[in-house]
Design a protein. Structure first.
Length: 250
């Protein structure tokens, strides 16, 4: 656990958490539209050489992004099926750049949402839909990493009042070098990770070091349909005076 990050509130039993999550799922259920074919041009498991992780203290709390990236497989189809999840963020430039309050209460809300959704069954797309990738929103039957991450986003946005431009999906390679999706929450003290594999909430730099995650790409805070590459760890450090990246790149 990262120092200074409060523990999630004591949660009910797994069974009660599942019931609570299922109730929220019902309230947030949205109609879907017919699937569309997406060119399968992006590789779900990217071939990326694992970096030698630096000390977590040397990684900035907010990640730097680079060039445009291909979205994960079936993300484009997901946007066709669930267009409400892929609408460009509205508001003034100042509003879109504003991050969530990093208060203890807000971080406890992250822990609650993470624990509730992680209590649902984790089921692969192959077992549930008969295909390797099928993005959807998790329901009472559960889902895989991206389905659960999207449900966390919906709970935080529609139930907890977080702004959608601060709730962004990220494509990573996990400790087994396998493709994985996590939810990034942009708070005023850094970018926090909500992961289906872990109960704790931590800054992205801790996941890159302690847990061995390689961050490949992340949604733009301006438009969720746009994905950008996450710069390698060796390029994350910068002088805020002369080399700070433009927020427009994020």
């Amino acid at each position: 656990m990262t120092e200074g990050i409060p523990e999630p509130r004591k949660t009910p039993s797994r069974g009660r958490r599942i019931l609570r999550a299922a109730a929220v799922i019902g309230a947030l259920a949205a109609p879907t539209v017919t699937d569309a074919r997406e060119p399968q041009t992006s590789a779900w498991v990217a071939t990326v050489e694992k970096e030698k992780a630096p000390e977590v203290s040397s990684i900035p709390p907010t990640m730097r992004l680079g060039d445009l990236a291909q979205p994960p497989i079936d993300f484009v189809n997901f946007c066709v099926r669930h267009p409400e999840e892929c609408v460009p963020f509205v508001g003034s430039e100042r509003e879109r750049m504003t991050r969530e309050d990093g208060s203890d209460f807000r971080r406890l809300e992250l822990g609650d949402a993470n624990a509730e959704v992680n209590a649902l069954p984790q089921v692969s797309d192959l077992d549930r839909f008969g295909r390797t990738e099928h993005w959807t929103i998790a329901d009472s039957k559960g889902g895989d990493c991206e389905d659960l991450a999207i449900l966390k986003k919906r709970i935080l946005q529609h139930v907890r009042g977080f702004q959608p431009n601060n709730l962004l999906l990220a494509h990573v390679l996990d400790e087994k070098n396998e493709g994985h999706i996590v939810l990034i929450v942009r708070m005023n003290d850094g970018d926090y990770v909500l992961d289906t594999k872990r109960r704790e909430i931590a800054l992205w730099g801790e996941y890159a070091t302690t847990h061995g995650y390689t961050f490949l790409s992340r949604q733009s805070y301006l438009d969720p349909k746009v994905w950008r590459k996450v710069l390698p760890l060796a390029e994350q450090n910068y002088s805020r005076r002369s080399h700070a990246p433009s927020e427009q790149r994020k």
